[in-house]
Design a protein around this ligand. Structure first.
Ligand SMILES: Nc1ncnc2c1ncn2[C@@H]1O[C@H](COP(=O)(O)OP(=O)(O)OP(=O)(O)O)[C@@H](O)[C@H]1O
Ligand SMILES: Nc1nc2c(c(=O)[nH]1)N[C@H]1C(S)=C(S)[C@@H](COP(=O)(O)O)O[C@H]1N2
Length: 195
C-alpha cells in the first residue's frame, strides 16, 4: 500500500501563540495546499512561540515521530532577536538545501524590498524536507506559488515547483499538483505515467 503524504505545518509566532492575534499562518498554508495539491495528504499542525528549543523539539517530533515527509514553518525568519526559526531548523538538520532560501528571497524581492531580511532556509532531516517561510501570511502564497503576469504566465517560479521531485528523491510519496496553481517539475525519467 502506498504511504499517504504527511505534511507538518508550524506557525512560529509569539503573539499568535498567546492569542494576542489570531494565527493566520496555518489557515493560509492549509488553504494553499488544498488548492495546489491533487495528491491526498494529511496534516499535523502546531502553533508555537519563538523559542528555539521549542521549535527544535517540534520539528524533531514532526519528522521523527509523526513521520512528516514535508514540514513547512512560517514566521521568525527575520533579524530580530526572537526570530530564531532558521537557527532551530539548522540545529536539527542532516543537510542544508540552500537553493530554497535563495529562490524565496528572489521571489519576495518582487513584492517587498525587505525580502533580503529573511534568513529562511530549507534542510533535510532523515527522509524529510523542512522549509522556512516568512511570517507575513501573504508571503505563503507568494513564495510557494511564485509570481504570474496578468495572462497567468510565470514571471518567477515558486519554490513548490521543486518540492515534489525533492520528496521523490528522498523516497517519499509521489506528489502531483494542479498546474493552474503550480507545476511540479521533474526530469522526464522521473515522471510516472507521462502522457
Ligand atoms: N501567525 C501569524 N498570524 C498572523 N499574522 C502574522 C503571523 N505571524 C506573523 N504575522 C504578521 O507578520 C508580521 C511579521 O512576522 P514576524 O514573524 O516577524 O512576527 P513578529 O513581528 O516577530 O511577531 P510575532 O512573533 O509575535 O508574530 C507580524 O508583525 C504580523 O503582522
Ligand atoms: N513574500 C514576502 N516575503 C517577505 C515578506 C513579505 O511580506 N512577503 N516580508 C519580509 C520581511 S519584512 C522580513 S523581516 C522577513 C522575515 O519575516 P519573518 O520574521 O516574518 O519570517 O521576510 C521578508 N520576506
Amino acid at each position: 500500500m502506498n504511504t499517504v503524504l504527511k505534511i507538518g505545518l508550524v506557525s512560529v509566532s509569539d503573539r499568535a501563540s498567546q492569542g494576542i492575534y489570531e494565527d493566520k499562518g496555518i489557515p493560509a498554508l492549509n488553504d494553499w495546499l488544498h488548492r495546489a495539491l491533487s495528491t491526498p495528504f494529511s496534516l499535523e499542525t502546531r502553533l508555537i512561540a519563538d523559542e528555539q528549543d521549542l521549535i527544535e523539539t517540534t520539528l524533531i517530533d514532526l519528522v521523527d515521530h509523526c513521520g512528516c515527509h514535508l514540514v513547512l514553518t512560517t514566521g521568525g525568519t527575520g533579524p530580530a532577536k526572537r526570530d530564531v526559526t532558521p537557527d532551530a531548523t539548522m540545529a536539527v538538520m542532516d543537510r542544508e538545501m540552500p537553493g530554497f532560501g535563495e529562490q524565496m528571497r528572489q521571489i519576495s524581492l518582487k513584492f517587498v524590498p525587505t525580502a533580503i531580511l529573511s534568513r529562511q532556509t530549507a534542510v533535510i532531516r532523515g527522509a524529510s524536507l523542512i522549509l522556512n517561510l516568512p511570517g507575513q501570511p501573504k508571503s505563503i502564497q507568494e513564495t510557494l506559488e511564485g509570481l504570474k503576469d496578468a495572462e497567468g504566465n510565470t514571471v518567477c517560479a515558486g519554490i513548490f515547483s521543486a518540492i515534489p521531485y525533492c520528496i521523490q528523491l528522498l523516497e517519499g510519496p509521489y506528489i502531483e499538483t494542479h498546474p493552474q496553481i503550480v507545476t511540479a517539475f521533474r526530469p522526464k525519467s522521473a515522471i510516472k505515467n507521462p502522457n
